[in-house]
Write a protein that binds this ligand. Structure first.
Ligand code: DGY
Length: 316
């Protein structure tokens, strides 16, 4: 039953249970996923919603935005917003809130976890112990991390925290962005190829979306070379996955640590046989503490919009 005195919110995709409870206590929320035929249901009820909650995963495309003619605000769970048609929402005067910054630490921690695992082969050597192979001999030598060269593609909010973590490992840091950042205390590499050639570890921390699609291609992997490691905590779309698979299979790079893939949750089976790849199910921000902070921000963005007319943290 709808409650017309409270703002009516359409929920796209499930959220943390505590966030769903908090939203239900303050707003009149309807879960779109509960409907069998979204298009038909929205044609009848779309006009009743003034707000939409979504996430980096589900986003809000033009069709969904158009199905909500009275939509005034989108509150999205996540720092990535390439799945939201921001330009179209803006044309309609719709505000968009999201959840940056609160996840920087956990995503940077994951980047370093992947980097260490790829280089020192912790997961692979764990499998070695479980298979009982230690009884037959020592695990092969791995690659040192401390003192090595870390290249960051995308020195944004998360990239800067990754760079800070690197100082604890006495690593030299360089970065590549579209433009050099005047306040960055690291050397700028004007090309991604140059950064890959220089780096022992190349960490992808750029945003997803059309502008960064397949930036890390076969040529960049070739430049990284047979002793280089690729770490991706950004979006699968930034890396040419087929080229990466070839490079890993043929030993043209040393290894990879991947939290993200092109078509999640589908991971090409060819990865499963590769001991030089560490594969995570997109969990970089998935700790109790960080997901709670993201949930709080989703809620605060809506509350602020309805109380003060603007979301607390708006998509730039
Ligand atoms: C984000 O916040 O964009 C993360 O990738 C989680 O989806």
């Amino acid at each position: 039953m709808s409650n017309t005195t409270r703002p009516r919110i359409l929920q796209r995709g499930r959220l943390l249970p505590q966030l769903e409870s908090a939203l239900a206590a303050e707003f009149d929320v309807h879960l779109l996923d509960a409907e069998q035929d979204n298009t038909a249901w929205l044609a009848e009820h779309g006009h009743t919603f003034v707000a939409l909650t979504s996430s980096a995963r589900y986003g809000a495309d033009r069709a969904l935005i158009d199905a909500l003619p009275n939509l005034r605000v989108i509150s999205s769970f996540g720092v990535g917003y390439e799945t939201i048609d921001v330009a179209h929402a803006r044309e309609r005067g719709i505000q968009i809130g999201y959840t940056p910054d609160v996840l920087n630490d956990c995503v940077a921690d994951t980047a370093f976890g992947l980097l260490m695992d790829a280089a020192r082969r912790f997961s692979a050597s764990d499998r070695f112990v479980r298979r009982g192979e230690w009884l037959a001999g020592q695990y092969p030598l791995t690659t040192r991390i401390s003192g090595k060269k870390l290249g960051i593609l995308g020195l944004g909010r998360i990239g800067r925290v990754i760079a800070r973590r690197a100082s604890g490992f006495d690593m030299e840091v360089r970065y590549h962005n579209r433009r050099a950042l005047p306040d960055a205390p690291f050397a700028y590499e004007p090309t991604l190829h140059g950064l890959a050639r220089w780096a022992d570890f190349l960490v992808v921390a750029s945003a997803g979306g059309a502008e960064t699609r397949k930036l890390v291609d076969a040529g960049v992997l070739e430049a990284l070379g047979p002793k280089g490691f690729l770490i991706n905590i950004s979006r699968g779309s930034v890396v040419d996955e087929a080229a990466l698979l070839d490079a890993l299979r043929e030993g043209r790079i040393a290894g990879a640590g991947l939290d993200v893939f092109e078509r999640e949750p589908q991971v090409p089976e060819a990865f499963f046989a590769l001991d030089n790849a560490v594969l995570l199910p997109h969990v970089a921000s998935a700790t109790h503490e960080t997901r709670q902070a993201m949930a709080d921000l989703v809620f605060e963005n809506l509350r602020s919009f309805f109380a003060e007319g603007h979301v607390k943290v708006a998509v730039p």
